[in-house]
Design a protein around this ligand. Structure first.
Ligand SMILES: [Zn+2]
Length: 324
């Protein structure tokens, strides 16, 4: 496996990934391998308990050994990898998380956005390990992402670059949780796929299968739509293709700005594989500026499905400790 040359000392590091319902953590080696792993459930409303759980987990994982710590959190983190400006699910507002954890642990800590950490892991050890410029788009409940430009994670001037879910793809479109309208999150997420599947079920025709399932189960769920896609149901496939077309159009805009060699598609929706990649690619090409002359990026599904946040956070911490 090629590993980007960003320091080769054999340093283990801790990666912690804070989710809405659980905290995952691991000791990660310099090749991205998880040496030790833990997971605990959390109450997202209790910031004090979350901090205590993080400290306990890190002390447990290090076993008294000194190693750098990377913490991946959902939300806006400052460019200095220190302060959590805002998390949508946990009540952290302008929280100096790095300072607090360093004081409690006596270990070097960096804090990063969880999507950035997962994208970094994919760049270092997964689908992006052979390129220097890649964009990762994660289509799960929402849409997230990360941008690697010139072998570096793009953080932006304020630390909040790479919020790809809130790129506008439809002027005056569906209102988004962020306060704007027409964000790709409303057209390219798992939630959007469900909405589209329901719309197709309403119309009948190719939606008859979905309509019957909805009548049987009372409501369509992501699992049901996923099963219908896997079974080749034309209505479910049509919904997936529609979703793919929006993501592909967003990728064409991203290509105009960032010119990545590679788009990595991750998240729950990406289990559809080529059924998703094909409409993304088609729409990307149809919307690409200077079509026919613009070099075409490659589209692949993410490789590090589980625990990419843990691996990426640990690697960012390791690299940061080497550069101190
Ligand atoms: Zn938005």
């Amino acid at each position: 496996m090629r590993v980007h040359a960003l320091g080769s000392a054999a340093v283990h590091a801790i990666g912690i990934d804070i989710g809405g319902t659980k905290i995952a953590g691991g000791v990660v080696d310099e090749l991205g391998g998880i040496v030790r792993f833990e997971r605990v459930p959390t109450d997202a409303n209790d910031a004090t308990a979350i901090e205590a759980a993080i400290v306990t987990m890190i002390e447990d994982l290090t076993g008294g050994e000194r190693m750098p710590v990377g913490v991946a959190a959902p939300g806006f983190i400052d460019a200095g990898q220190s302060t959590v400006y805002y998390t949508p699910n946990i009540p952290w507002r302008n929280e100096p998380l790095r300072e607090r954890l360093e004081a409690r642990l006596g270990l070097p800590v960096v804090v990063d956005n969880d999507a950035n950490a997962a994208g970094w892991a994919e760049f270092r050890f997964g689908a992006g390990r052979l390129v220097s410029d890649m964009v990762m788009i994660t289509s799960g409940t929402g849409v997230g992402g990360a941008v690697i430009a010139g072998d570096r994670l793009l953080r932006g001037g304020f630390g909040v670059a790479g919020e790809l879910g809130h790129m506008r793809v439809v002027p005056d479109g569906i209102p988004c949780g962020c306060g704007a309208r027409g964000c790709i999150e409303q057209y390219g997420s798992g939630r959007a796929l469900l909405r589209m599947a329901n719309e197709i079920a309403d119309v009948g025709g190719i939606g008859l299968g979905l309509a019957a399932a909805r009548a049987d189960y009372g409501v369509l769920t992501g699992d049901i739509v996923g099963q219908f896609i896997a079974a080749g149901d034309p209505g479910a496939i049509h919904a997936l293709q529609e979703l793919g077309r929006y993501i592909g159009a967003a990728c064409a805009s991203l290509a105009a700005v960032l010119d990545p060699e590679l788009f990595v598609i991750g998240g729950g929706v990406s289990v559809a594989g080529d059924l998703l990649l094909d409409p993304i690619r088609e729409s990307y090409l149809a919307n690409l500026p200077a079509r026919g002359y613009h070099p075409e990026a490659v589209f692949v599904i993410a490789e590090l499905v589980n625990d990419a946040g843990v691996v990426g956070a640990a690697d960012l911490a390791r690299i940061h400790s080497l550069s101190r």
